[in-house]
Design a protein around this ligand. Structure first.
Ligand code: FES
Length: 114
């Protein structure tokens, strides 16, 4: 069974924009972020496939200056927003781990397995 874990509201995100979160569920902490672009939202674990480091260096900032790619602040890898695939930097072809999210009304939730 899936539980809905509240992450944030759409008002917390510009478009394009990003929002980081840390949620406790079933005794585990899930560190992730959501990205909004063209009205669509995507969720990823906040762990770079290069070294496992968190990607952000400023709270909630996961996008490059143009807002067109996800950017890792550690060694500057860039990832496609819709698939999480690395297209520039030290881990080409690797991908961010997608997290299941759902948008209901103006709220964004993480889907947790119970
Ligand atoms: S840790 Fe993300 S690019 Fe190196």
């Amino acid at each position: 069974m899936k539980n809905l874990l509240f992450i944030c509201t759409l008002e917390n995100l510009s478009d394009p924009g990003s929002y980081g979160f840390s949620l406790d569920f079933a005794g585990k902490t899930v560190d992730g972020f959501v990205v909004r672009r063209d009205g669509e939202c995507f969720g990823y674990r906040n762990s770079c496939p290069h070294t496992g480091s968190p990607l952000d260096w400023v709270e909630h900032q996961f996008l490059d200056i143009e807002g067109s790619l996800i950017q890792c602040a550690v060694h500057d890898a860039r990832f496609l927003i819709d698939t999480g695939e690395c297209v520039m930097g030290p881990c080409p072809g690797e991908s961010l781990e997608s997290l299941p999210i759902r948008v209901k009304g103006d709220k964004i939730y993480l889907l947790g397995d119970a």
